[in-house]
Design a protein around this ligand. Structure first.
Ligand code: AMP
Ligand code: ZN
Length: 289
């Protein structure tokens, strides 16, 4: 079962995305229901956000400078009538399938690169009276050097559970949430190791934020089979609180998140337990019954 391309319920597209149906869609829903059950133990408030996020918001945390290689932008043609006419009258596609763009309109947005950014934008400028527990599932976009079905996609689903509060509140949340995730993983019997990691910075050796993460690790990944990170636990300290002016108890708020890459969890389940629901762990099936 190493080649997902042959799974009858999966179609992998050349542009680094997959469609799925049947048992695989069921697996997607079972997994997300399990993550939501963990979120509900914190009474996390669920949000649904748009696909775009303003570049000027992300740049408050230097996203474009730190991760330019991952960014995906929504592009439109400049709406000038002449420009549109030129575009439509010439052959708009090359023989290799590339769109021959004429003048493009200014780009002010990115396609969401990680789910939790939306929360810091949403709460910016606010003063919190108690800790926030939040959850959302977003379709996320990351340009990668190559793509593989479920395991490395241009667009994929990320479920996050987030806490914004004091340092103690956030650290207690991350500890408890990690325990809940460990219990879930143990119930499944999934082979996971927890490993310290760093974010994939552009030009890491020159990026002070990368060096900082090396010195003071703040990311732990759930790694399947020694190589596939299916999720992460992240302590941001007051980095987002400062960038988005979120106050808690007279100081910039702290934050942390637990992120699940839903397609990668699907890949791990299929690799370990097989392609069909009959051999998946019972602990999964009971989630939505
Ligand atoms: P991160 O914010 O980098 O910790 O990402 C959270 C989770 O998203 C990772 O642990 C992966 O499970 C998942 N993920 C990240 N990039 C991709 C990708 N290109 N394709 C599929 N899943 C991904
Ligand atoms: Zn996050």
């Amino acid at each position: 079962m190493s080649d997902f391309l042959t799974h009858p319920d999966l179609r992998f597209h050349e542009n680094g995305q997959t469609s799925f149906q049947g048992d695989l869609l069921k697996l997607f829903r079972l997994l997300d229901a399990s993550f939501l059950r963990i979120a509900s133990q914190f009474n996390a408030n669920e949000h649904r956000f748009p696909i775009f996020i303003p570049a000027k918001e992300l740049q408050k945390v230097h996203y474009l400078s730190s991760f330019p290689h991952l960014a995906t932008f929504p592009v439109t043609l400049d709406s000038d009538a002449k420009n549109l006419e030129t575009f439509s009258n010439s052959e708009p596609l090359s023989s290799g399938g590339e769109v021959k763009l004429t003048k493009i309109a200014p780009i002010k947005d990115l396609l969401t690169p990680a789910a939790c950014y939306h929360f810091y934008v949403h709460h910016q400028g606010s003063t919190l009276t108690g800790p926030l527990y939040l959850t959302t599932r977003a379709r996320c976009f990351r340009r990668e050097a190559y793509y593989a079905p479920l395991e490395r996609q241009w667009s994929f689903h990320m479920r996050e559970i987030v806490c914004v509060g004091t340092s103690d509140e956030v650290q207690a949340f991350l500890e408890t949430c990690r325990k809940r995730v460990e219990e879930f993983i143990a119930g499944l019997g999934l082979k996971i190791e927890w490993l310290i990691a760093t974010d994939p910075f552009f030009n890491p050796s020159k990026n002070p934020k990368f060096l900082m993460q090396k010195l003071q690790p703040n990311k732990t990944e759930m790694v399947f089979d020694g190589k596939l990170a299916i999720g992460s636990v992240n302590f941001h300290r007051n980095y987002f609180g400062e960038a988005f002016a979120i106050q808690k108890s007279g100081q910039e708020a702290y934050s942390g998140c637990v992120a699940f890459g839903v397609e990668r969890w699907m890949a791990a389940i299929i690799r370990q337990f097989g392609p069909g629901k009959r051999t998946w762990p019972g602990a999964l099936a009971k989630e939505i019954l």
